[in-house]
Write a protein that binds this ligand. Structure first.
Ligand SMILES: Nc1ncnc2c1ncn2[C@@H]1O[C@H](COP(=O)(O)OP(=O)(O)OP(=O)(O)O)[C@@H](O)[C@H]1O
Ligand SMILES: [Mg+2]
Length: 329
């Protein structure tokens, strides 16, 4: 193994190797004992399943928020467990190195924290790559060519719009409206308009169910009647869900507009012909590409593998240190 490509996201953590492709894809959740927060009891799906039912003495934690580390100690324990699962020390010893993706808008301090945590979690060598650059690379774009590429990353915690060209960033904007905010908007809509209270996982499932449902079809949601407290089933039209999410998606459109306004004319002309590349789990939301196309008249390309392209690109960087070097300044 020549190293790991790691996408340490707010919602999902994905790891790849050059030899085997994606080797780990888990929610960024961890269980720790209150007495010993340095060691992960469980990570990923196993840890996420305990939402709303953690026993006393055990804490369910999320070490990343908006793509950056919120607690160094927890992030170290989480990353160490992730690395151990993807590349056990007993096989790879001290040879483990990695390229980790960081939000394009991360501050120098946040980037340093990632590097430190990487070393302390057992990596011998760590490189950082901006998340949109890794995502573009994972979609087959060459970030070093003298042509502007506009990338919109709708992740869990943040939506980021980044224009890159010739190994550098031309403009960047971000907003806290992304996958989790969309789930929350649907949760609130159901409570206010249908007097139905649903769990976070149910609201997310309804949001994610929309792409596979045809127009005019409906989705059934289980919840509690806000007035009587009794369990109830609610049938929701997909169009209604899309409308309920409209204020949030409009906020994402505004961020894209702001980034476009910052671009010089030549870069705009590249973007007009090439379009915008949309990556991240939120890109799969129903009706999103039409909304972007209608709002800007720009072609929209959704990544083929929106949830893993960042880790794929970070992995590809192991073979292309010149890309890491270009974007490290
Ligand atoms: N089919 C789908 N339709 C709509 N949203 C989806 C779908 N699949 C996943 N998502 C959403 O995508 C989000 C996770 O995306 P992703 O894994 O790209 O985030 P992340 O990289 O962990 O976050 P960040 O980049 O902000 O740190 C979740 O909020 C999830 O609900
Ligand atoms: Mg991400």
């Amino acid at each position: 193994m020549r190293g790991l490509g790691i996408d340490l996201g707010t919602t999902n953590t994905v790891v790849g190797t050059l030899e085997d492709g994606i080797v780990l894809n888990e929610p960024s959740f961890m269980l720790v004992r209150n007495k010993d927060p340095h060691r992960a009891l469980a990570i990923g799906k196993e840890a996420r399943r305990l939402i709303g039912r953690t026993p006393t003495g055990i804490r369910q934690v999320r070490p990343m928020r908006d793509g950056v580390i919120v607690d160094l100690e927890l992030a170290r324990a989480f990353l160490a467990a992730v690395i151990e699962q993807a590349a056990p020390r007993r096989w790879y010893g001290r040879r483990r190195k990695a390229v980790i993706s960081a939000p394009a808008g991360a501050t120098p301090l946040e980037r340093r924290a990632l590097l430190e945590v990487g070393h302390e979690a057992g990596l011998r060598k760590v490189g950082l790559i901006p998340e949109p650059v890794a995502g573009a690379l994972g979609c087959g774009v060459n970030p070093l060519e003298p042509r502007t590429h506009l990338i919109l990353n709708i992740g869990g915690g943040t939506s980021e719009v980044t224009a890159i060209c010739f190994g550098g960033v031309i403009s960047h904007r971000s907003c806290p409206l992304a996958g989790e905010e969309l789930t929350e908007a649907l949760h609130q809509y159901l409570r206010e308009e249908h007097q139905t209270i649903v769990g976070e996982l149910t609201a997310e499932r309804a949001k994610m169910g929309t792409p596979d449902t045809a127009d005019g079809e409906s989705l059934v949601v289980e919840g509690l009647d806000a007035v009587t407290g009794r369990a109830r089933l609610l049938s929701l039209d997909v169009g209604e869900i899309v409308e309920a999410l409209r204020p949030t998606t409009t906020g994402i459109v505004q961020t894209l507009t702001a980034c476009l306004e910052d671009l010089p004319p030549q870069a705009i002309s590249d973007v007009m012909s090439e379009g915008v590349l949309v990556i991240g789990g939120g890109s799969m939301l129903r009706g999103l590409s039409q909304l972007f196309e209608e709002s800007f008249g720009l072609p929209v390309k959704t990544a083929e593998r929106p949830l893993t392209c960042v880790a794929e690109g970070a992995t590809a960087c192991l073979d292309h240190p010149e890309i890491v070097a270009a974007f490290s300044g």
